[in-house]
Design a protein. Sequence first.
Length: 280
Amino acid sequence: MVAAPELISPKSSRVAAARRLGKRNFRGKERLFLAEGPQAVREAAAHGGLVEMFATVEAAERYADIVGEARQAGARVHLADESVIADISTTVTPQGLVGVCRFLDTPFEEILAARPKLVAVLAHVRDPGNAGTVLRCADAAGAEAVVLTDASVDLYNPKAVRASVGSLFHLPVAVGVPVEQAVAGLKGAGVRILAADGAGGDDLDDELDRGTMGTPTAWIFGNEAWGLPEETRALADAVVRVPIHGKAESLNLATAAAVCLYASARAQRASGGCRSVTVS
């Protein structure tokens, strides 16, 4: 008779430590955060961010490849029952895998030293789902960095991590950078600054027609409800609106960011084509 796998105790200090990472102050103190679900945990293991993993027996069997990658990456793997996973998880319907990951943010100076050609700057973005989705869009468009200003949401908020669908582990992200510092640094690195705003004086189509989009570019995206404050708009080389050709009142933040980033990516890669897009 095969012995049942040994499950970690719900009273374990490891479980308690993981549970605390649902709160921002503990994340900041430990410089650790949670990644939930197979896609996020797989990316964390592949890109060096995974420290520890909790998995139900069923999930460990279903995602044996991820368990193997986690162990190969040096992460501790704990088998747990569903109640433990539910206790650690911040989702209503946990998928059976929760990873504990180390902070991944990159110093802003390193981003500038790499001379990026396409950057997304999130200024005053407070909704974690929007922040994670914009990060995913930036990754898909081939941006080389994302910057979250000091007025924006916590990068490691569980909703932001989930919304990034693993993209958090793919590209450099600087956090806590004052918007003035971000703009000054990027301009000094030869990057043109475009502020995305529905009331912008320049039209994205006109920018494309003029051939001005092929240079290194950073897009500033603002708050979901009230956009960019005037003092932030004034920092940009141009304030650009996405044209509305139909009857829609406006675009949400993530959709507008995707349009802007892909417009820049297409202009910058005009001679090289682009990858196909997979919708999920």
